[in-house]
Design a protein around this ligand. Structure first.
Ligand code: ADP
Ligand code: MG
Length: 306
């Protein structure tokens, strides 16, 4: 199958969408942003052997490469509109491509984002890169900078599940909920939009709660104190892992794609599915408390309780 046929068969769904003046098929896509809106650009790659195992389900890879980008769009408080795909193929048959495309289109349709172009090449490993353009009202994008001393720190959903799911996968074990949290993360697009005008700073959790919260604190030039006992943990995580493992996954495990944000609690009290885990402090430190004691950890992984 040549490249043209591959694009036509698997990627060009011939969607017509307001805002897409020219989609797949020309040298470039032409899109029309709404008046009064700014554009948010994000891009992320998944590399075979680095971000997914060579035998991973291709539809999961297709879904995930869109979802991780949508998570960045969510963290900016934007609405996703258009995406492009750069796909480098290596040793995969048309069945693999078909399934990859199905997963990609599933995620795109779920969040109403239109594939408007891309590039298809062959190489020495599979690499899937997606770029998404989102729209946000002028001046309303949510940033990592902006947290104020005294505000609460919140996290959406539950944390630690994806890292636990990945560990189970690597041990050839399985837990439907935990492995799905790794393979098909839920982008918090709706929450990101609810937080516009209410949260003072937002980041999505891709590398782990502690590491990503620290990035928000640095950008905002503040510190924080969080309470490990308040971390939202799923029933599945509690059931499958020891208390120490639960905390380690929740604090330092990556790939959850939940949102972590700071806000005056009064402003977000009607928002469902978020948990207050701590408070913004003056200074520069992130302190984790548990039962009145300071928890010892470092960036490379959770250590032990004092
Ligand atoms: P060019 O040589 O001008 O870069 P191509 O022949 O590579 O164009 O691509 C033809 C059209 O198909 C372009 O509109 C391009 O954006 C689109 N396209 C190529 N690969 C993909 C892909 N994997 N997914 C979606 N669109 C693609
Ligand atoms: Mg061209």
């Amino acid at each position: 199958m040549d490249e043209f046929e591959l694009i036509r068969r698997y990627f060009d769904l011939q969607v017509s969408s307001p805002g897409v003046v020219q989609g797949i098929g020309d040298d470039g896509a032409v899109v029309a942003p709404a008046a009064g809106f700014e554009l948010v650009q994000v891009i992320d790659s998944l590399v075979e052997g680095v971000h997914f195992l060579p035998d991973a389900d291709p539809s999961d890879i297709g879904y995930r490469v869109v979802a991780v980008n949508l998570s960045d769009i969510a963290a900016m408080g934007a609405r996703p509109r258009w995406m492009t795909l750069a796909l480098t193929l290596s040793g995969k048959d048309s069945k693999w491509i078909e399934q990859f495309a199905a997963g990609l289109h599933t995620a795109a349709e779920e969040f109403d984002v239109v594939l408007v172009g891309g590039d298809t090449t062959s190489g020495v490993a599979v690499v899937a890169t997606v770029a998404i353009t989102g729209e946000v009202e002028q001046g309303k994008a949510l940033l990592r900078a902006g947290a104020n001393v005294g505000e609460s720190i919140f996290v959406s959903g539950t944390v630690g599940d994806a890292a636990a799911g990945l560990q189970l996968l690597s041990l050839d074990s399985q837990d439907d909920f935990l492995t799905a949290r790794f393979c098909r993360p839920t982008a918090r697009i709706h929450l990101g939009q609810e937080l516009r005008g209410r949260a003072s700073a937002v980041i999505d959790i891709s590398d782990g709660l502690v590491g990503d919260l620290k990035k928000l604190l640095v950008a905002s030039a503040v510190g924080a104190e969080i309470d490990v006992d308040r971390l939202p943990l799923s029933d599945a995580l509690r059931k499958r892992f020891s208390v120490d493992e639960q905390r380690e996954f929740a604090l330092t495990g990556g790939d959850d794609y939940e949102l972590c944000f700071t806000a005056d609690p009064e402003l977000v009290k009607d928002i469902a599915g978020v948990t207050a885990i701590g408070v913004v402090t003056a200074g520069q430190e992130l302190i984790c408390m548990q039962g009145g004691n300071i928890v010892d950890y470092d960036d490379s992984g959770y250590r032990h309780f004092q």
